[in-house]
Design a protein around this ligand. Structure first.
Ligand SMILES: CC(C)(COP(=O)(O)OP(=O)(O)OC[C@H]1O[C@@H](n2cnc3c(N)ncnc32)[C@H](O)[C@@H]1OP(=O)(O)O)[C@@H](O)C(=O)NCCC(=O)NCCS
Length: 295
């Protein structure tokens, strides 16, 4: 069995292995070779049989940036599953990541058990929760709010970093994947909450679904705050959608938002697994691990 990095020449074979796994022929990033990721494949009798992607991230732990191998796009061709193809591929990917300085590897496991024998442990989760928009009327707006634009990108990065370094687990969002476009253009809007000195202390990136009424919703993909009252001002704003969208959804992690919104329903729960690649360089945190980015 050959295991190697994939190139543009492998595109057709890669799409054929990924399509049955993920239901799409897009590559989740338009190219096979890209600075934001490394795609790996194992070949059985010369044909691509299994693939996985390494994303060169870093994560905040105890206020330090920990080089992180983000693993995604794991798929085995349906006809070849159950034959132990995953282990050698993952071990090779880990070996390469370690050689490049990664201290931990993390992933979102589609089913418990797939990665346990490789040493991964579930340390957290990313959830999508939902509340009735009208329940947000109880929050007060104590901050001025305004829409962010291109000039605010350093501000968004500052707020995110201030939040991130206070927690264990969040990606630092300093890799090429998080270039400027990823912060503003994937959302209907990004809203800033400003303190009395006009300094932004929280932001929310959100998308409005089409339509009105019970099936319509606002999805808040990125709510980051350094001040609880500023978070509440943003929650107040999402309550104002109640006349047109029945619900508001939030991507969140740990209990930082569920504690504030105890009436929430969990729509989606994505366990986050971690493997220590360099035990001498990493001590597992005692507290909860938070993650904001699904990959
Ligand atoms: C998940 C997938 C990659 C596993 O491939 P595979 O060929 O069955 O993998 P292996 O035979 O090497 O088995 C690896 C381990 O995963 C476990 N496993 C495989 N499928 C599993 C499932 N659906 N649920 C729980 N465990 C599973 C095996 O029992 C094995 O555990 P072990 O190491 O303790 O013996 C493959 O089924 C697939 O491509 N699925 C669709 C896409 C997907 O879910 N990708 C994972 C994204 S996180």
């Amino acid at each position: 069995m050959e295991i190697r990095r994939l190139t543009e020449d492998d595109r057709e074979a890669l799409v054929a292995v990924r399509l049955p796994a993920f239901g799409t022929s897009t590559l989740g990033g338009d190219r096979v070779e890209h600075p934001a990721y490394e795609r790996w494949g194992s070949f059985v009798e010369g044909r691509l049989a299994a693939t996985a992607t390494r994303k060169p991230y870093a994560s905040w732990f105890r206020g330090h940036e920990v080089p992180t191998c983000g693993v995604g796009g794991v798929a085995v061709a349906p006809e070849l599953r159950g034959r132990g193809l995953l282990r050698p591929l993952m071990e090779r990917l880990h070996e390469d990541a370690r050689a490049q300085g990664d201290v931990i590897a993390t992933l979102f496991a589609s089913a418990p058990g797939i990665y346990a024998s490789l040493g991964y442990r579930t340390v957290g989760a990313m959830d999508t929760i939902e509340v009735e928009a009208s329940t947000l009327h109880r929050f007060e707006r104590r901050h001025d709010l305004r829409r962010a634009d291109e000039a605010d990108l350093p501000t968004l990065r500052r707020i995110y970093a201030e939040w991130g370094r206070r927690h264990d687990g969040p990606l630092t969002r300093t890799s090429v994947e998080f270039d400027d476009g990823a912060w503003l253009h994937d959302a209907t809007g990004v809203t800033l909450a400003l303190d009395e000195d006009g300094r932004a202390v929280a932001y929310a990136a959100w998308n409005r679904s089409p339509g009105f009424g019970k099936d319509a919703h606002v999805e808040v993909e990125d709510l980051v705050w350094t001040d609880d009252a500023a978070r509440d001002s943003l929650l107040w704003m999402f309550g104002t959608f109640s006349s047109v969208t029945a619900t508001v959804r939030f991507d969140t992690s740990g209990t930082e938002l569920t504690d504030v919104l105890p009436e929430h329903r969990v729509r989606d729960h994505r366990p986050y697994d971690l493997l220590v690649l360099q035990p001498e360089a990493f001590e597992a945190p005692a507290g909860p691990v938070l993650v904001r980015d699904y990959f």
